[in-house]
Design a protein around this ligand. Structure first.
Ligand SMILES: [Zn+2]
Length: 454
């Protein structure tokens, strides 16, 4: 057998690190891993020396259609440049949140014409269209997004905060079809009360954003969602968790048999609530950046294995700076900087080892979404999705070099160590040293096939 490509380097899998190891790729799949001398003949050989060959990152949380400017060509170009080989596109789409199989097929068809990395699709859990939860369950979607808070732009996507009864009713249906419910957990009513109060008092300065969303407004919603999931034996995933205490609740519930996981995001791991002093309204995100204690608390949880994955929550929007903080949109571009930032703060600074990094960025997300073993690891039979990382390369994050259409970065000017050198999707190089070389429409829809207990 002659294979298409052999890549050699320092191979990192969720299970270990293997110096000077070769990976043989044929028809987009990994067919052999081992010493170079054991490899079959190949059309092409690439030797990356001591550079890292990691499984491509799997982002559970990407918003590509939330603004007219972004779209899947831009979001997946940014993904490719950031070592992300699969995005899970969330349903907060301009023009309406997809919830039925017709909606999902239409979105998949459009996305496949634009994307250069692979994608999976998350359906919307809508209280007005609860029957769709059952109808779309086995059509390859990775689960359902539900909002407990009317987050930035939600109305433009046909979504809103659901009340507890609606949430419970949707969870009932999700449990019935043994799917995964993904929840934005923030308490709508307390936040609304505090924002009203601040507005009436004329307190509309930048820091008012996190002051009106204290940590408990996340924790109480996490608690509610967990108790509903416990009562219904439903698979629950809490997106963009920002508070260490939320992970305490998640871990305690897991120990008691509740099927619950949580993800955090690079911004909660890199920046704290004082970040507005550096970047103005670009710090604004839901849930908000937290205290330095909480930021460090999240790293402690990661070191203890109590956080399952990191997602980008890539939500680029034009960075307007209205004088009233509450008039500014929330959300941040982030998919291109996710892998380098977590590598820098995690691996480079010694918080985590390389296999843990591969678990956080690739393996656990792929399992949560039922995309493993096609995605998420470097094993024989997996898709040949790789991020080649130069672990010693220092560079500065500059928005002008990033591909999101928002044109700004929350991490502007940050000097970090560790850079994505090249990205492969199913054996094809889609990004190399500053240039996206993937073909528009190369990306494929990856369907969920089963559930895993993480
Ligand atoms: Zn989001």
């Amino acid at each position: 057998m002659t294979v298409d490509t052999i890549l050699t380097g320092k191979v990192v899998s969720p299970h270990g690190v293997y110096d000077r190891t070769s990976i043989a790729v044929k028809d987009g799949k990994i067919v052999s891993i081992g010493d170079k001398s054991t490899m079959p003949p190949a059309e092409e050989e690439v030797d990356y020396g001591d550079l890292l060959i990691l499984p491509g990152a799997v982002d559970t949380h990407t918003h590509s259609l939330g603004t007219a400017e972004e779209g899947h060509w831009n979001s997946t170009s940014a993904a490719a440049a950031g070592g992300v080989t699969t995005i899970n596109d969330h349903p907060l789409d301009l023009g309406g949140a997809p919830s039925s199989s017709d909606d999902i097929y239409t979105k998949a068809e459009k996305t496949a014409k634009e994307a250069i990395v692979d994608f999976s699709l998350l359906a919307a859990g809508l209280p007005e269209k609860m029957d769709n939860i059952i109808e779309v369950a086995d059509k390859g979607v990775t689960g359902y997004k539900m909002l407990m808070h009317t987050t930035s732009g939600a109305h433009a996507y046909g979504m809103r905060a659901v009340d507890d009864g609606e949430l419970y009713a949707m969870f009932e249906r999700i449990a019935k079809v043994n799917q995964v419910g993904m929840v934005h957990a923030e308490n709508e009513w307390v936040i609304n009360y505090l924002v009203d109060k601040y507005t009436k008092e004329g307190k509309t300065y930048l820091a008012a954003h996190h002051e009106t969303r204290p940590e408990f407004t996340e924790v109480v919603s996490v608690h509610t969602a967990i108790e509903f999931a416990r009562a219904l034996d439903m698979r629950l995933h809490i997106v963009h968790v920002s508070v260490p205490r939320s992970f305490d609740l998640i871990m305690q519930a897991r120990a008691e048999g509740v099927k619950v996981t949580g993800e955090t995001c690079p911004h909660y791991l890199i920046s704290n609530e004082d970040h507005w002093k550096k970047v103005g309204s670009h710090f604004k995100i839901n849930p908000p950046l937290r205290s330095e204690d909480s930021r460090q608390g999240l790293w402690k949880k990661i070191r203890e294995g109590k956080i399952h994955m990191v997602s980008s929550d890539h939500a680029p929007h034009p960075g307007v700076e209205a004088p009233n903080v509450f008039d500014n949109p929330s959300g941040s571009p982030g998919i291109e900087t996710m892998v380098p930032l977590v590598f820098h703060e995690g691996v480079h600074k010694g918080n985590i080892d390389l296999p843990t990094f591969a678990k956080l960025m690739s393996y656990n997300p792929a399992k949560l979404m039922g995309l493993y073993p096609q995605k998420g690891s470097i094993e024989v039979g997996c898709d040949a999705d790789f991020a080649i990382i130069d672990d010693k390369k220092e560079w500065n994050i500059e928005a002008k070099n990033l591909r999101a259409q928002s044109g700004w970065s929350m991490f502007e000017g940050m000097n970090i160590t560790g850079k994505v050198l090249a990205t492969f999707v199913r054996g094809t190089k889609v990004y190399q040293e500053g240039e996206v070389i993937g073909e528009k429409g190369y990306g494929k829809w990856v369907k969920k096939t089963r559930n895993y207990d993480l």
